[in-house]
Design a protein around this ligand. Structure first.
Ligand SMILES: *Cc1c(COP(=O)(O)O)cnc(C)c1O
Length: 365
């Protein structure tokens, strides 16, 4: 059986380092905040080439608190991709604001910069592109539109740790990037975690206050804040895993190269990588009109696949109140019917990828 996702092998490879880190925290007597969290924040900022990283409890909170730090509130609009995981939209609603969906580019699955301006209104505050599947969104035209209209740019980097846009690491291109350390992400904790990176000291400062009950000094509360903290155990584990992120992303890239080569010439639509993109290969997503039949045949060949995502946010019952027609965002709708994610990860072996390629080729004839 080739699993879609293997979360145990990453731990086993780093077992002694991770066990030492956990023992250090457990023995320290310090279980919220403190030096382990500060160290991880410093490490992650350095990695992302930004002046600030502020860790929080999870990726959804990272998006939510970043939007609040950008002054997004009731009555405001935030431009989001129609094709994304629902967290991107939910963070906007959590601020009392409205997500305004924009369709993706067919080739990259990411928000289409050419469609953004038509969605801007006097209520728009922020553009929120997602680096979906670890493929960087085309940031330069987005930043240009934002400058022209006086908007801020928050990126959802939950799937894109370590990816580069035009040679520079994601983290400080826009006003801020929200990250998730959910276990299955490229940089994953042994539980929940998240962070925001930014070069804007005001955004960083606001989030540091918001994540800790709106408090800078103990028992002095400046704003109505939240409890959204990365705990020291996860911070210590993430310090270890961050040291291996580039090497593990390189292994993902190797598997992606193998798939791209081995699946060329089939009826699949393969990932398109623009020359300015260096993806993190969080997912390897192919497209086929008979996706369900393909997935069934692969399951029969004991190959795990998943669909990211089967129902776009505008068709979820959670958004019934927004009154979107089912076919309101046909590109996102079509993608949901055709996309299939093949196994990829730092512990997906070459032989496994070869077997996936062979099985996909057999399933398509
Ligand atoms: C995982 C993910 C999130 C949310 O992260 P959590 O840590 O699970 O809250 C947000 N956006 C995208 C695109 C994601 O993939």
């Amino acid at each position: 059986m080739i699993p879609f996702l293997d979360l145990k092998s990453p731990y086993l490879e780093l077992k002694s380092e991770i066990d030492d880190a956990i023992a250090r925290v457990v023995g320290s007597g310090w279980y919220i905040g403190g030096p382990e969290v500060d160290q991880f924040d410093a490490d992650y900022a350095a990695y992302c080439e930004t002046t600030h990283a502020v860790s929080v409890a999870n990726g959804l909170d990272a998006l939510h608190l970043a939007l609040l730090a950008m002054d997004v509130g009731p009555g405001d609009e935030v431009i989001v991709p129609s094709n994304t995981y629902i967290a991107t939209w939910l963070a906007v609603n959590q601020c009392g604001a409205t997500p305004v969906p924009v369709e993706p580019v067919d080739a990259t699955y990411n928000i289409d910069p050419a469609r953004i301006e038509a969605a801007i209104t006097p209520r728009t505050k922020v553009i929120l592109p997602v680096h979906l599947y670890g493929q960087p969104a085309d940031l330069d035209p987005i930043l240009e539109i934002a400058r022209k209209h006086g908007l801020q740019v928050l990126e959802d980097g939950a799937q894109a740790h370590g990816a580069r846009y035009k040679g520079r690491r994601l983290g400080g291109h826009g006003d801020a990037v929200a990250w998730s350390f959910y276990p299955g992400k490229n940089l994953g904790a042994l539980g929940d975690g998240g962070a925001i990176t930014t070069n804007d000291p005001q955004i960083a400062d606001r989030i540091r206050v918001l994540r800790n009950y709106g408090s800078r000094a103990k028992y002095v509360n400046e704003v109505k804040g939240f409890n959204s903290r990365l705990d020291p155990l996860q911070a210590a584990v993430l310090q270890v895993k961050l040291r291996h992120l580039d090497a593990w992303n390189a292994r993902r890239k190797g598997i992606a190269a193998q798939y791209l080569e081995g699946l060329t010439g089939t009826s699949l639509v393969l990932p398109h990588v623009p020359d300015w993109a260096d993806p993190s290969w969080h997912l390897f997503v192919v497209r086929h009109p008979q996706r369900d039949a393909l997935a069934q045949r692969l399951a029969a060949a004991e190959i795990g696949t998943l669909i990211h995502y089967p129902i776009p946010p505008h068709r979820q019952r959670a958004y019934a109140d927004a009154g979107f027609a089912d076919d309101a965002f046909p590109r996102a709708g079509n993608m949901a019917h055709e996309v299939l994610s093949l196994p990829i990860g730092p512990h997906c072996e070459r032989e496994h990828a070869s077997r996936v390629i062979e099985s996909v080729r057999k399933a398509l004839v």
